[in-house]
Design a protein around this ligand. Structure first.
Ligand code: ZN
Length: 223
């Protein structure tokens, strides 16, 4: 397809209201004339996640589409959705942490792609990162490239999956947010805590630890 015929003015951002996807939203707002955010309701323990996504989208006047993915919990009960399964405090020595839902990113991106094509949009933005690889195989660059090819073949379309965070660590994710004038917004309005506490979070869960260590490293690296 001729590149000039592609609509590079709009993008769909896979958006959870967390640090990474909110940084991606800022990144997309900086580059595209119109951005649509897509969030997935998969029976998260913490509805606060979807509320954060809504608040942030509203702040920027971004259209937010919330898609029902309750199917995911039926397929793969896990610690993010089931009240009776505790999130692993530390990464297990073998295998993936119990917060993993197999194929989650693949499914999210695939549904986002179907939605984007309906709107004539080719660009999908996702906050996956290989640098902070924590046991999620569908966050790897090789997978994203493979999925992009698969989606193009599946729908006879020219999707482009943008991954602004793929090769940067948590400290540089904070730096990117700062460069996009979003440091305070990310600190205050996003939710990454496994215990559902916005901003700085509970401070104890693996996600809070990662977030705090990344922030401290960012301050050290760029002070
Ligand atoms: Zn936490």
């Amino acid at each position: 397809m001729n590149m000039n015929t592609r609509n590079k003015k709009e993008a769909v951002v896979v958006f959870s209201g967390g640090q990474d996807s909110t940084t991606c939203l800022l990144w997309a707002l900086d580059r595209y004339e119109n951005v649509v955010a897509v969030s997935f309701d998969y029976g998260q323990k913490h509805k606060a996640e979807l509320e954060c996504a809504k608040e942030i989208a509203d702040k920027f006047g971004v259209e937010l589409q919330v898609m029902d993915m309750s199917l995911l919990n039926q397929l793969a009960p896990n610690s993010l959705t089931r009240a009776d399964i505790e999130v692993d405090e530390n990464a297990p020595e073998e295998g993936t942490p119990n917060s993993v839902v197999d194929g989650r990113n693949m499914l999210f991106l695939t549904f986002a792609a179907v939605f984007a094509k309906q709107r004539g949009i080719t660009d999908l933005v996702t906050g996956v990162s290989q640098s902070d690889f924590s046991g999620y195989p569908d966050c790897r660059d090789v997978f994203i490239k493979s999925l992009e090819t698969t989606l193009n073949l599946a729908m006879d379309y020219t999707f482009c999956i943008e991954t602004p965070l793929m090769w940067i660590d948590k400290a540089d994710t904070w730096k990117l947010a700062a460069d996009l004038n979003g440091l305070d917004l990310i600190r205050e309005m996003t939710l990454t805590c496994y215990n559902g506490i916005k901003g700085d979070g509970c401070g104890n869960c693996p996600s809070c630890k990662l977030r705090r260590e990344g922030y401290e490293e960012f301050l050290k690296r760029y002070s």
